[in-house]
Design a protein around this ligand. Structure first.
Ligand code: FPP
Ligand code: MG
Ligand code: MG
Length: 396
């Protein structure tokens, strides 16, 4: 079906959920060292886009809670269509409630689910009640933001970044050691929060994201040593897109999958959540690679042209290379000779590389929307479509 014909408002649906994230993260990052607190919270002081938490919340709303899942039947005591899965709620209540706000919302959930009876039997606390976000989803949303930011703290050291989110990059402000410690610390607290979900499948999936991130960075590092980047052919694109999935798509895809698992969704919904996340994730990074050529540093909050400076040939360059073979030697020497970055920049703009990158991102966005087809129609599903569209038109 056509993507996003009738956009719903993601902010109205989950905006209030997201507004708690910054405070919750600050609590998760408390330590006995004032300096560590300052450094590890540095990037959270500038408002990030919270794309990953947003998707976790919307998938939670779009998936319905309490549907039987293969291999998970022990959790669903007496639960068939129309019955409340109290075991899931108990688990949630006992293990995840650590604030009054959450106690209240789960109490409301139980009250509504019990009150709203269907011939004496309570309805499942699903889309019908509009209360599908569990405390475990909130924790997962925070974990995704911690993992993401942890990888950025390391990335900015590796990339010698100057700015991020409009601030001086972490290592420029506090030095490399502090940046690395802060990254490690975020990852440590993310691991603890993950373990506290008490869901071995989600723990395994989210842990595998960490090795995917490193795998993606290694692929990027070896870009040019690898024969697959000798010319801008199908193999080069395959390599680039695989790297793109690993460094950006994996976290988004696997957190969407985990969100559906925490909702106890059926296997086909869990798989669709993953396919959705994978495709929107790749579209997101393609646009990121394009923005490196099209917007100002002030808008982006980080330097533009940074990929060329780092020696990286992203999609706009690969397409431009197809039209201007003279880019080959520049790509091979990672734009390291005087004037290479400027020449490559000019050829990318003279070519259709930017338009073709946008068209490729559009294809992935369309695939993401198609994956949503098996979700029950709901405002959340529409909001997921509209977020997918907004990825294509974002300017930061
Ligand atoms: C940003 O890409 C970086 C990533 C998406 C992943 C970085 C991953 C690592 C450094 C591996 C270590 C992982 C952990 C969890 C510690 P970019 O440099 O293309 O984007 P940018 O323009 O935002 O810097
Ligand atoms: Mg990088
Ligand atoms: Mg970087």
């Amino acid at each position: 079906r056509e993507c996003g014909s009738k956009p719903a408002g993601p902010t109205e649906l989950v905006g209030s959920e997201l507004s708690f994230i910054t405070d919750n993260l600050a609590r998760l990052l408390e330590s006995g060292h004032p300096m560590l607190n300052t450094v590890s919270q540095y990037y959270f002081s500038a408002s990030g886009k919270h794309v990953r938490p947003l998707l976790v919340m919307l998938i939670a709303q779009a998936a319905s809670i309490g549907t039987r899942r293969a291999g998970q039947t022990s959790m669903l005591v007496g639960s068939d269509a129309g019955q409340v899965d109290y075991s899931l709620m108990d688990r949630t209540l006992s293990q995840n409630i650590d604030s009054d706000r959450e106690s209240q919302s789960v109490n409301q959930l139980i009250a509504s689910a019990t009150r709203d009876s269907n011939g004496g039997r309570p309805y499942a606390p699903s889309v019908r009640l509009g209360l599908t976000i569990l405390p475990t989803h909130r924790r997962l949303a925070e974990i995704t933001e911690l993992i993401h930011t942890s990888s950025l703290l390391h990335d900015d050291v590796i990339d010698h970044a100057e700015t991020r989110r409009g601030l001086p990059a972490i290592q420029r402000r506090f030095g490399n050691k502090m940046a690395i410690f802060a990254g490690d610390f975020l990852l440590a607290r993310a691991s603890m929060a993950l373990a506290r979900l008490r869901d071995p499948e989600v723990i395994e999936i989210m842990s595998s994201v960490l090795s995917d991130l490193v795998d993606g960075e290694f692929k990027q590092l070896q870009n040019l040593e690898d024969a697959s980047m000798a010319q801008p052919d199908e193999r080069a694109f395959e390599y680039y897109l695989d790297k793109t999935y690993l460094k950006t798509g994996s976290l988004i895809a696997k957190s969407c999958r985990s969100s559906a698992i925490l909702s106890n969704s059926t296997d086909d919904i869990v798989e669709a959540a993953y396919v959705f996340g994978r495709n929107i994730g790749i579209a997101f990074q393609l646009i990121d690679d394009l923005l490196d050529f099209t917007v100002s540093s002030a808008t982006l909050g980080k330097p533009v042209g940074a990929d060329l400076e780092l020696g990286l040939a992203t999609a706009p360059v690969l397409y431009a290379w197809q039209e201007y073979p003279e880019l080959g030697p520049l790509v091979a020497r990672k734009f390291s000779s005087d004037g290479d970055v400027q020449t490559a920049w000019r050829l990318v703009h003279a070519s259709s590389g930017i338009d073709r990158t946008r068209a490729l991102a559009r294809q992935y966005a369309q695939r993401a929307c198609e994956a949503l087809a098996i979700f029950p129609p709901s405002p959340a599903t529409e909001a997921l479509q509209s977020v997918t569209l907004s990825v294509l038109t974002r300017s930061k």
